[in-house]
Design a protein around this ligand. Structure first.
Ligand code: GLC
Ligand code: CA
Length: 558
């Protein structure tokens, strides 16, 4: 069943901002809130009407803000609370909604709660965290952290505390109702300030096996996710959060919720689910080490994507996306370096953007930003990669091997400075950037691409306009989706509503191809293509071509 309840977040086009790398306005080399406010005109020009801002709360920046030491203060590196109110006001003036990151599986070890919990084991705050005694001078169990190593960190007094991510990110104890109330109050405080919702971080880790069983694994190295990822009983907390905060505030949420099986999708993102939608990470990239050119890789990926879309359509709603701040750049995910050009980047854009769900664009994706070529660990800024490298090196992995892996999957690719112009530091800062600018910024930047009708940026603008414009908006937002059988490396879908139909066809290859019988007939009107002079569809797709066609039915109705 397609969800037809109308809400703003189904009709929105979201843009994710990683503030640290967006625009620096005071020359310290780090992006800031004033930088976002200064670029709201750009976002309006692009056509997006909602932004997700990655964490800007006070933080020691172990994990670039995903380690929070004060939930109600903006970190000085990003500006002040007043800068935030100014940003909200200016965004509202442009009809751009703002959602913030909600990081409540853990906080920072420099949060006053944790400092008190360490200093005073009997304090109320000690109950906000997960402390256990060691066993025979060792960690309480063999659970492993998402960033490598044990989830347990020893304190001088013999207690251990649990951290699903780095040791500077102690997990919060959701079993404690006082802690939960603190979180709900904080959420309401932000909603009262005028934000429209939250992107909910790592939420499926909040419930742990209450017995803290060790997990038997063959090689002892598996992450025991079955004991603290979407663990049974988590629904009680999520339902409570919904009743206490999300529902009364009509708060939009998009959750990072790894480990949710198909059978529970409805609980998470159905009409009455805990969240408005959750990210589906099953088809956002090819599997590690896959041959990007092979037909098998493509076919397996196409099937996963179709499955994800049909499930979302059946259960409720979903975000559609190709990138985020934890992931490589999308051209590099899907194509071999030597074949990447503007055509396959725009094909990819058309392919995901008109599917079922709410589209998200990650900063820089709209200009075709690329992976940063890293040569050694000194090019790596992501702390989690360094933690993982220590562990891998101890097990015999060389730096060269590790870098090869980071060049494919590392998180820094998404974090190089946004490329505004061909000027110094790509126009990102007047100072020295905290992370180097990608060497391709002279060819790939907003200033040049905005003046080039054929650029990736202008294609994104056209796509956004098409998705948001009448009379097609209703079909793209509320229409059903179907995936016809298509030959070879062609992928496509039909969006249908009230007897009207739009077909999107993409050629995922550098060779011309013919979609055959299940595609619209030659002569169909093309609404959008990534090639020039494409008014009418002739039954063929050129290399890496994407076309959006008005189906025969709608032509007949005119
Ligand atoms: C999420 C964030 C990631 C962060 C982690 C811990 O996965 O997307 O950037 O490191 O949670 O907060
Ligand atoms: Ca700055």
């Amino acid at each position: 069943m397609t969800d037809t309840v109308r809400t703003w977040w189904k009709e929105a086009v979201f843009y994710q901002i990683y503030p640290r790398s967006f625009l620096d306005t005071n020359g310290d080399g780090i992006g800031d809130l004033k930088g976002i406010t200064r670029r709201l005109d750009y976002l309006e020009w692009l056509g997006v009407n909602a932004v997700w801002i990655s964490p800007v709360y006070r933080s020691p920046m172990e994990d670039n803000g995903y380690d929070i030491s004060d939930y109600r203060q903006i970190d000085p590196v990003f500006g002040t609370n007043d800068d935030m109110w100014e940003l909200l006001k200016e965004a509202k003036r442009r009809n751009i909604r703002v959602i913030m990151d909600l990081v409540v599986n853990h906080c920072s070890d420099e949060h006053p709660w944790f400092e008190k919990a360490v200093a005073e084991p009997d304090s109320e705050e000690a109950g906000y965290f997960i402390f256990r005694k060691g066993k025979d001078g060792k960690e309480p169990n063999n659970w492993r952290s998402n960033f490598g190593g044990s989830v347990w960190e020893a304190l001088p007094d013999g207690r251990y505390y649990m951290h699903t991510f780095s040791a500077k990110q102690p997990d919060l104890n959701w079993e404690n109702p006082k802690l939960r109330k603190q979180i709900y109050d904080m959420m309401k405080w932000w909603l009262d300030k005028g934000i429209s919702g939250f992107r909910v971080d790592a939420i499926t880790f909040i419930k742990k096996d209450p017995e803290f069983h060790s997990v038997e694994t063959e090689d002892g190295s598996r992450y025991p996710i079955e004991n603290f990822e979407n663990y049974p009983g988590i629904g009680k907390f999520l339902e409570e959060m919904k009743q206490e905060v999300l529902e009364p505030y009509q708060c939009m949420t998009v959750a990072e919720a790894p480990g949710v099986p198909e059978s529970q999708l409805g609980d998470y993102e159905g009409e009455n689910g805990y969240f408005s939608m959750i990210f589906d990470f099953t088809w956002d990239q090819f599997p590690e080490g896959a041959d990007k050119a092979s037909a098998e890789t493509f076919t397996a990926w196409r099937e996963a994507m179709i499955k994800g879309q049909l499930l979302a359509q059946k259960t409720g709603w979903c975000p559609i996306f190709l990138e985020n701040h934890d992931q490589p750049r999308c051209p590099d995910k899907f194509f071999r370096a030597e074949e990447i050009d503007g055509k396959n980047i725009t094909m990819l854009a058309a392919l995901y953007f008109l599917m079922f769900g709410t589209p998200f664009i990650y900063q820089g994706q709209e200009i075709g930003m690329r992976n940063y070529p890293m040569k050694s660990m000194s090019d790596v800024y992501d702390r989690s990669a360094h933690i993982r490298f220590q562990e891998a090196a101890a097990a015999g992995t060389t730096e060269e091997e590790f870098i090869a892996c980071l060049n494919e999957k590392g998180r820094d690719h998404a974090r190089t400075p946004f490329q505004w112009s061909a000027g110094a530091n790509a126009g990102f800062t007047d100072g020295t950037s905290w992370i180097p600018v990608h060497p391709d910024f002279r060819a790939c930047n907003v200033e040049d691409e905005s003046g080039d009708a054929d650029s990736v940026l202008q294609f994104y603008r056209r796509l956004i306009r098409l998705r948001r414009q009448e009379p097609y908006r209703d079909i793209f937002v509320y229409g059903t989706i179907e995936f016809p059988e298509l030959p070879g490396k062609i992928i496509g879908y039909k969006r249908k509503k009230d007897g009207r139909e739009i077909t999107v066809l993409c050629n995922f290859s550098g060779e011309a191809a013919e979609p055959g019988a299940s595609a619209p007939g030659p002569g169909t009107e093309i609404l959008l293509s990534n090639y020039e002079n494409r008014g009418i569809y002739d039954g063929r797709l050129r290399a890496w071509e994407a076309v959006v066609c008005l189906s025969r039915q709608i032509r007949d109705q005119k």
